[in-house]
Design a protein around this ligand. Structure first.
Ligand code: 13P
Ligand code: SF4
Length: 307
């Protein structure tokens, strides 16, 4: 991507501020491409959790959506975690509340609750273990319980159910509206135009879309597959920012996309990063009781995922 002179000046200012404030910038794969230029680490939700847990930095600027910054704050209570725009939410995480989950749990007393990280800390706090799109299958398989209440994404729940048939998966009814918009018709059209390309879909896509894909993986899984595959052409079906990330890392390969935009992910801008570094706002804080319980569910995920 060609940067404008104005963007170059903003990037330079952020680099100075990072040194001055002893800050590091963690960035999700869907962020604006100019933000990749100031990031110390770019990754998917699982990689960002791992990184947040171990960085020794005094100040973490989280460029992603709120639930991701909240996980970072929970996993690293010694660092100050700030998000440049606290309005950067996630429509999927808004589809479940703590109260509704508490009610549903009463109906399924024998279930383990597996909670996709796209959820608030309060919902995580009521769950037995968290998972991300990268490790949802492995986490579910590793649990001793036969019945699993899987929240809040019904598409990811279905993806897991197909691969772990020995478990009874009870899905929550949430979904990501950005991924739900991607229809099999769009993807089949793209496939007809680029018949030699491998199709990579995110597990938040519907079952019909996933059935057409050659690979169904997390955002960083897409990068890994494209890097390691002999194929040179790929159609990625997920949020639009992912293709910018793939093009940046693998400029010698061809990427096409069937995508839609997550406007919450795009709320973070270079200007807002400067503001947040200067003012050290907005701090992401989670009430202590909630943070302890949410951390237990996140820690259990990180422990199971490393086995
Ligand atoms: P990843 O963990 O695969 O990066 O997914 C996060 C997300 O919000 C996808 O919509
Ligand atoms: Fe949430 Fe969907 Fe945006 Fe991912 S793409 S952050 S699941 S709304």
């Amino acid at each position: 991507m060609e940067l404008t002179n104005e963007q170059r000046a903003l990037i330079e200012r952020i680099r100075q501020l990072k040194v001055q404030k002893q800050a590091i910038i963690l960035c999700h794969n869907y962020q604006r491409p100019e933000i990749f230029e100031v990031a110390d680490f770019i990754g998917d939700s699982l990689e960002l959790c791992r990184k947040a847990q171990t960085v020794p930095s005094r100040l973490i600027v989280f460029c992603g959506v709120y639930f991701m910054a909240e996980s970072a704050a929970v996993l690293n209570p010694l660092s100050k975690v700030i998000i440049p725009d606290p309005q950067a939410g996630c429509a999927l995480s808004d589809m479940i509340t703590e109260k509704a989950l508490a009610e549903r749990k009463k109906l399924y007393p024998d279930c383990a609750v597996v909670c996709y990280v796209n959820s608030t800390a309060a919902v995580k706090a009521l769950s037995d273990v968290c998972c991300t799109s990268q490790n949802a299958v492995a986490i579910t398989r590793a649990l001793p319980n036969k019945q699993i209440l899987f929240v809040p994404d019904k598409n990811l729940a279905n993806f897991v159910a197909l691969q772990v048939p020995e478990k009874e998966i009870i899905p929550w009814e949430g979904y990501c509206p950005i991924h739900e918009r991607l229809t099999p018709e769009y993807l089949l059209k793209a496939k007809a135009m680029k018949p030699g390309a491998k199709i990579i879909a995110h597990p938040e896509c519907t079952a019909e879309v996933r059935a057409i894909a050659d690979y169904v993986v997390s955002t960083s899984g897409m990068l890994k597959i494209a890097r390691e595959s002999d194929a040179t052409e790929f159609i990625c079906t997920t949020e639009c920012g992912m293709v910018q990330r793939l093009k940046k890392e693998l400029p010698h390969k061809q990427f096409y996309t069937v995508c839609s935009v997550c406007f919450d992910m795009k709320k973070i801008t270079l200007e807002k990063i400067i503001d947040s570094l200067e003012t050290e706002q907005t701090v992401v804080s989670v009430p202590k009781e909630t943070a302890i319980k949410a951390k237990a569910a996140l820690d259990r995920m990180l422990e199971l995922a490393s086995k």
